[in-house]
Write a protein that binds this ligand. Sequence first.
Ligand SMILES: [Zn+2]
Ligand SMILES: [Zn+2]
Length: 346
Amino acid sequence: MKSVLLTGTKKLELREVPKPEILHGKDVLLRPASVGVCGSDIHYFNEGRIGDQVITFPFSIGHECSAVVEKTGPEVKNLKPGDRVAVEPAISCGKCDQCLSGRRHTCRSLRFMGAPGQYDGCLSEYVIMPEENCFLLHGDMPLLTGALVEPLSIGAYAVKLAGSEKYKNVAILGSGPIGLSVLLALGKSPERKIFVTDKLNYRLEAARSLGAYWTGNPDEKDIIKEVGRVEPLQMDLVFECCGKQEALDQALDLLKPGAKLMIVGIPETDIIHFDVSKLRRKEITIQNVRRQNNSIPDAIRIAGENPRAAEMMITHVFNLEEAQKAFETVAGYKDGVIKAMIKLDR
Ligand SMILES: [Zn+2]
Ligand SMILES: [Zn+2]
C-alpha cells in the first residue's frame, strides 16, 4: 500500500509499504479518508521531535483522520465494512491505574497514532485500529468534516476540564484549529463573552464568524488594555492555545484574581516560565490539558451542530501526493491556512 513517510526533517515521501493485517479479534482495518495536518505533526516535520519524543526516520505520521471500515476482526460487534468513522488516535491498555480511574488518555502504556515508537500514522491507504477507537459518523456528515473531530475533541475536553459553565468572561489566546475548537466547544451563551487573540487577522475573522465577542491582534494593539476597557474586572478563564511564552505572559495579565489558566498549546520550548508574583498574588490555578479524554462523541456532536465550523476551519484540501505541499503550507502559515486536509478517498 501507499504511505506518506517523513524521511528527514521537512521531507515527506510517498512510499510502498506492507499493508497492515488484522491480528486481534477486536481490530478493524480502516481506509483513512481525510487526514488533518496538526500542529504537533509540524513539530515532527520541522524539528524531528516534541520534547523527549524524538523520531527515527523514516517515520509514519498523521493522527487526525476519518476513515471507512474495510474489514473487521471476528470479535468486532458494532462496525461493518463500509461504515464511516472518526478515529480516536490514542490506544490505551484498559488495565493500568490510569485507565481504571477513567484517565485512558494518560494510560501508562498509551500508543498514539503517528507518535515516535508508538503506533503507525494514518497518512496511509490502510491502518488498523481497535473497534473502541472508531466512532460512527452521523449519516450525512462529510468524511472531510469527520477528520476535524480529533482536534474538536481537544477543544471539547479542555472546556469540560475547565468546567466552563460558570465562567462569564473567557479568553482564547491563539485562533488556530485548537483555539477555534475551544471556541466552538464553549458554544453560544448570552451571558458569556469570548475574547480571542491571534497574530493572523484572517484567523480572527474566522473566530468572529464562529461567535467570538471580541478579537484582537497583539501585534497591532495592546490587548491587555483593550480587553480591560471592555471588561475591567478581567477574565475568569483563559485558554492558551498557541504554545507561546508571550501568550502565557499575557494570560497572567488578563486573568482576574482566583481565575484559571488552561494550557492547551504545545510550547515551542522545553521550559516555560511564569511571573510568580502575579501567579501568587492573583492565586491563579494552572491546568494543563493532555490531548483529550472521552470527548470524541462531544466533538462529533459539535461538528454536526456547527456545519460552518468545517467551512471556516478547513481552508485547504490536498491529495496524498501533495502531502509535502500540505505540510509546508501549514508549517509556513501560508496562503491563509487554518486546517489543511489531505484527502485519500478519490
Ligand atoms: Zn492533532
Ligand atoms: Zn492503561
